[in-house]
Design a protein. Structure first.
Ligand code: 5GP
Length: 193
């Protein structure tokens, strides 16, 4: 087991409805040392890519994305989930269905912060059905930029997102891939990588 899989076994809670709760270290309280290990691992896995910007989506991707951005020494942009009064000018947007909240959100990025010269690494905490990633990929493509890769902390391998994104030809690197999990006994089984 790698460092993230060990942490999931130790602190993750399997909830009904295929939800893995990792709020003690990933998306409520945040273990920043663990994020740094994740950032260093992504740096290794995407070493040959000319990445100049990190893109994520609010809210839970932001913490990890910031630390990853520090490891790559590049800026990070996060897509906003609603049109804020603070976004001025034109925006790229995509519609994303939320797996956890079961609703549709518009995600927006100001045209000022993405352009055709950008070589983007997309970062997010979870990959389930892949809607969030497809929204971010669409935003990069609207900007004329290049998606150099996608880094995910936890992929739920029993949902379709990973397959869809890999079939589109992207280099998708997930640090932990959950093959199966069981809310009745809390067990989590990882895919061998
Ligand atoms: P997708 O768009 O791939 O279906 O879902 C990705 C988003 O849903 C992630 O950004 C994450 O916020 C949320 N998500 C999906 N599955 C889980 C889960 O099992 N646990 C938690 N905490 N969030 C999840």
């Amino acid at each position: 087991m790698n460092f993230l899989e060990e942490k999931i076994v130790k602190e993750g809670v399997v909830k009904k409805g295929n939800i893995l709760k990792v709020d003690s270290f990933l998306n409520h309280q945040m273990d920043v040392k663990l994020f740094r290990q994740m950032g260093e691992e992504f740096k290794k896995r995407f070493a040959d890519k000319p990445i100049n910007k990190i893109l994520t989506v609010e809210a839970s991707g932001i913490g990890i994305a910031c630390i990853v951005a520090e490891c790559f020494d590049v800026p990070v942009v996060f897509a906003k989930k609603s049109k804020s009064v603070n976004i001025d000018g034109e925006v790229y947007n995509a519609e994303v269905e939320s797996f956890t909240h079961k609703c549709k959100n518009q995600v927006l990025v100001s045209k000022k912060f993405l352009n055709p010269e950008d070589h983007i690494l997309i970062i997010d905490d979870f990959l389930a059905n892949g809607c969030a990633l497809q929204g971010l990929i669409s935003i990069v493509s609207q900007a004329g930029g290049t998606v150099e890769g996608i880094g995910i902390a936890i992929e739920k391998g029993f949902q379709q997102g990973g397959k869809i994104i890999r079939n589109l030809g992207f280099q998708l690197e997930s640090l932990a891939i959950v093959e199966s999990m069981d809310a009745s006994d809390g067990s989590v089984v990882f895919r061998e990588q």
